[in-house]
Design a protein around this ligand. Structure first.
Ligand code: ARG
Length: 459
């Protein structure tokens, strides 16, 4: 039999393969609540503008509530033949209320309907991502506060560079996740324009009130161009781009946790609640959550690339290609939220090993820069010469198999005669971090100032 929505023009129904490739109900049923909210706003507007009788609007309103409760209660029978959530809802509405259901689609099309539904769904994800990030930032702030003055090695090239504080390292991630919050907020503000009423592509001859529906659905204004309104998926792409950057940050942090929780580093101990064991090696405690978070960037960035590729080269306005937008965004959003929650739990539960951090902080000649700075400051040596003298001292210590503070004054003076006992005062890691008082530096007082600022930002 031919289709109940467009059967007028058709004499034959679709091939089974056609139905299989065409249907989106398998996934777009996730937008049922948004679809019904959009239809309710549309029907109320049609009544307010006199396009629909009040009694028909009321029948539609009640019927839509029944459909929603059936879907929420799990009794709704989704049909692949009805292709998508929009036609499934409308067909069921017709079964429930009869003739008035056929008047709901006046002055709209599935093209503006799907754009509206999807925008409402993605808008919630922007909010959820921001909430998840804020919870993670709070967990990082607690870690930073507890260890604001704990020393640890700072790395470049994953080689010991200079001592830093644990709090400073935690706060670096607070900055990164804070920028992610800003990105999600910016994009959410930009996307909040309502496509409903753009109709198929050209607008409609019915005297609809697009400002009314936009307001009812929490949008700032109606989208200003009907062609753009139905063919724009920038909001989904911005979500995926922002999610990709956020997932990249999560992945970098996860990588550090994997390294830090190893027996060779022992910088942190992850809780049992966020670790797994091995089925064969009894001693194992594996950082699986961190590893999976590290991997999530793959599918999230993949979704970003996939949708960019779908959208590139599409002529205006709607093309069915755009139905491929939803699964990518659903999957990316689900996995981003899961990764954020897992990271928050892991950070909340983990304990930093102060002794291991401190022991590592002093190894690897981490205060060599402090020594060079001392030569500049006290002996008025040009920095390049000081760099060379310090390098020679590092080589000497390496040859003797000791660290810089273990060299004797005699050792020091054999390289440069003017060095005095005073130099040993700058070779300790505590002194080193305490001296980095420039704005944004690793000194505990600077770290505490940044923690205080962030607490104020979060309120
Ligand atoms: N299922 C479709 C989608 O997700 C709804 C819009 C269909 N519009 C159309 N002109 N065929 O994009």
């Amino acid at each position: 039999s031919s289709n109940q929505m467009w059967g007028g023009r058709f004499s034959a129904g679709p091939d089974a393969i056609m139905e299989a490739i065409n249907a989106s109900i398998g996934f777009d049923q996730r937008m049922a609540a948004q679809d019904i909210a959009g239809s309710r706003a549309h029907a109320a507007m049609l009544a307010a503008t006199g396009i629909l009788s009040d009694s028909d609007a009321e029948a539609i309103r009640k019927g839509l509530l029944t459909v929603l409760s059936e879907i929420e209660g799990g009794t709704f029978q989704f049909s692949t033949a009805l292709e998508d959530i929009h036609m499934n809802v409308e067909a069921r509405l017709k079964e429930i209320i009869g003739e008035p259901a056929g008047r709901l689609h006046t002055g709209r099309s599935r093209n503006d309907q799907v754009a509206t539904d999807f925008k409402l769904w993605v808008r919630d994800q922007f909010d959820a991502a921001i909430e998840g990030l804020q919870a993670l930032i709070r967990a990082l702030l607690a870690q930073a506060e507890a260890g604001a003055d704990w020393v640890m090695p700072g790395f470049t090239h994953l080689q010991t560079a200079q001592p830093v504080t644990w709090g400073h390292h935690m706060m670096a991630y607070v900055e990164m996740f804070g920028r992610d919050v800003g990105r999600f907020r910016d994009a959410r503000a930009r996307m909040n324009e309502c496509p409903l009423g753009a109709a198929a592509l050209a607008g409609t001859s019915f005297p609809i009130d697009r400002h009314m529906t936009a307001q009812a659905l929490g949008f700032d204004r109606p989208a200003a161009n009907s062609l753009d309104a139905v063919s724009d998926r920038d909001f989904a792409l911005e979500f995926l781009a922002d999610a990709s950057i956020c997932a990249m940050h999560l992945s970098r942090f996860a990588e550090e946790l994997v390294i830090w929780s190893s027996a060779q580093f022992r910088f942190v101990t992850l809780s049992d609640r966020f670790s797994t064991g091995s089925s064969i090696m009894p001693q194992k405690k594996n950082p699986d959550a961190a590893e999976l978070i590290r991997a999530k960037i793959g599918r999230i960035f993949g979704a970003n690339v996939a949708l960019m590729t779908v959208m590139k080269g599409l002529p205006l306005a709607y093309s069915k290609d755009m139905q491929e937008d939803k699964e990518q965004v659903f999957d990316a959003a689900d996995n981003l939220m899961l990764a954020l929650a897992a990271m928050e739990g892991m950070v909340r539960d983990m304990s930093a090993n102060r002794e291991s951090l401190a022991a590592a902080a002093g190894s690897g000649f981490s205060t060599a820069t402090d020594l060079a700075d001392w030569l500049v400051r006290v002996l008025n040596m040009p920095f390049r010469d000081a760099h060379h003298v310090t390098g020679t001292l590092v080589a000497l210590a390496e040859k003797k198999g000791c660290d810089l503070p273990d060299l004797t004054l005699g050792d020091m003076q054999s390289v440069h005669a003017e060095i005095t006992d005073d130099v040993f005062g700058v070779l300790g890691v505590e002194n080193s971090v305490a001296s980095r008082t420039s704005y944004g530096g690793t000194a505990p007082e600077q770290v505490r100032a940044q923690i205080a600022r962030w607490k104020e930002v979060l309120g």
